[in-house]
Write a protein that binds this ligand. Structure first.
Ligand code: NAD
Length: 477
């Protein structure tokens, strides 16, 4: 049985109800979490407010940084335990679960060093005045986390908020809570005062909604679907609460004829099969210059056929999807594509050891996908890559920008001038040239345009979003 973690204490929800925790590799329940409600959120917000008004705000920035660093070291010491928890909870292959634990430690390390480097400015003004700005924390920040990368998204969101001097109430996704409960316990061991990091589990429409509505929440950081992001922003707007939204993507990989295909092929595959395609920045659209379209599809097809799918613990290329309904959702996209006459170039294989009750979906490469088809427009959130050809640079840009999303884009070309031209014309929060994803990029500001959201997390830039700016004008004559 797992509990909420409020003011450094493990507590049952006030209703006493629970939700089963399912292992995506075999579909069986093996634990349960608290099904909390608005009263548990209220308890957590009060604990956070008390910490913000006392112990936390009294710490100097340097001391805050040392605490974050102690948590980073604790996470590293417990990396194997945390990755094992995440692996079973989310169905992540071992390599991915370990990478997520080390990214979590790295977020706290990065933000530990940032605590005492965030400062305001002095501004030139009228004669006889001195003007300065202070960067102040919002206060109690709410963090609503999705199930695809719980540890990484906790690290980037909570790490940045704490570094800026805020305290946090965290609502993990109901499908993936366990690692975050453990991280909050480790924070207590690292010396965090009660109320600074609080975890309340439960369903989005119940406890997530209660968090977004709570008058004691001063800023909301939401990572999840565009549909829920819209709801959060509407709710927050009623009390003018600032919101950072990290929503989905339909990110293009644009390959020109002069690209190094040997370098591009593994990166293109990794960008769509990593975490079974359940990655907001997945490179899910492949736009290829006509003259290399067939050769590239041939190479990718061969590689897709070798991809193996199976239980997380076997550490294959692809693990299970998070839940049965996600598998059905991905299959619906494929069925619709097939009904529309879209051809499949190649698919991976589920290994014999995979239990029939697990949520497995083979990676699929589709070709000649019309840009307007649903599978080329909407986020599948599974290992499905949609290929289409383009004639020239203008058409490449037009196709790349032709969705509601704008999170990440990849461009593969040897032409230096074209690299800059294309990067400027893409409507996207990040553009990678001759690489994709850049190893996680804790240091690199991340976020979207259009329906991919607004605000930036990761890197130093995130700290501006987690603070508010106060201007002080002094008339001294
Ligand atoms: P989701 O939007 O259903 O859930 C995200 C979180 O919101 C969960 O904690 C959920 O419980 C909560 N939630 C659900 N309904 C709510 C409500 N009415 N009020 C408040 N909270 C509510 O998304 P998901 O299925 O968990 O995750 C997949 C989606 O997240 C994909 O669209 C993906 O692209 C997106 N995502 C984006 C990023 C990014 O950084 N841009 C990162 C990861 C995932």
């Amino acid at each position: 049985m797992q509990f909420n973690y409020i003011a450094n204490k493990s507590l049952p929800s006030r209703s006493g109800q629970t939700i089963d925790v399912i292992d995506p590799s075999d579909g069986h329940a093996y634990d349960n979490i608290q099904r909390s409600d608005a009263s548990d959120i209220d308890h957590a917000v009060r604990a956070a407010r008390q910490a913000f008004g006392s112990s936390w705000s009294k710490l100097g920035a340097g001391e805050r940084g040392r605490l974050l660093m102690r948590l980073s070291l604790k996470i590293s010491e417990h990396a194997q335990e945390l990755s094992a928890i995440e692996q079973r909870d989310c169905g992540k292959p071992t390599k991915q679960a370990r990478a997520d634990a080390s990214a979590l430690a790295r977020y706290f390390e990065f933000y530990a060093g940032a605590c005492d480097k965030l400062h305001g400015q002095t501004l030139p003004y009228l004669d006889g005045y001195s003007v300065l700005t202070w960067r102040e924390p919002h206060g109690v920040t709410g963090h609503i986390i999705p199930w695809n990368y719980p540890m990484q998204i906790f690290g980037r969101s909570v790490g940045g908020a704490l570094a800026a001097g805020n305290v946090c109430v965290v609502k993990p996704a109901e499908d993936a809570c366990l690692s975050l409960i453990r991280v909050a316990q480790l924070a207590t061991e690292a010396g965090f005062p009660p109320g600074v990091i609080n975890i309340v589990t439960g369903y989005g429409h119940e406890v997530g909604d209660a968090l977004a509505r709570h008058a004691g929440i001063d800023h909301i950081s939401f990572t999840g679907s565009p549909t829920v992001g819209t709801l959060i922003q509407q709710v927050a707007a009623e009390r003018h609460c600032p919101v950072t939204l990290e929503l989905g993507g339909k990110s293009p990989q644009i390959v020109f004829a002069d690209a190094d295909l040997d370098a591009a092929v593994p990166a293109i595959i990794n960008a769509i099969v990593q975490n079974a395609g359940q990655t907001c920045s997945a490179g899910s659209r492949l736009l290829v210059e006509q003259s290399v379209y067939e050769p590239l599809l041939y190479l990718l097809g061969q590689a897709f056929e070798k991809l193996r799918v199976g239980p997380a613990a076997l550490d294959l290329d692809v693990g299970p999807l998070i839940r049965q309904s996600q598998k059905q959702r991905v299959q619906r996209f494929l069925d619709e594509a097939s009904a529309a006459g879209i051809s499949t170039v190649a698919q991976g294989k589920v290994v014999g050891e995979a239990p029939a009750t697990g949520f497995y979906q083979v990676p699929t490469l589709l070709r000649d996908v019309p840009v307007t088809h649903r599978v080329a427009q909407e986020e599948v959130f599974g290992p499905v890559l949609c290929a289409m050809a383009f004639q020239d640079e203008d058409q490449a840009v037009e196709l790349a920008n032709a969705t509601q999303f704008g999170l990440v884009a990849g461009v593969w070309t040897a032409d230096g001038a074209r690299q800059f031209r294309i990067a400027k014309r893409l409507r996207s929060g990040q553009v990678f040239i001759n690489n994709y994803g850049a190893g996680g990029g804790v240091e690199l500001p991340f976020g979207g345009v259009k329906s991919s959201g607004h605000g930036r997390e990761k890197g130093f830039e995130a700290l501006y979003g987690f603070t508010t700016l106060k201007t002080i004008a002094i008339k001294h004559g």
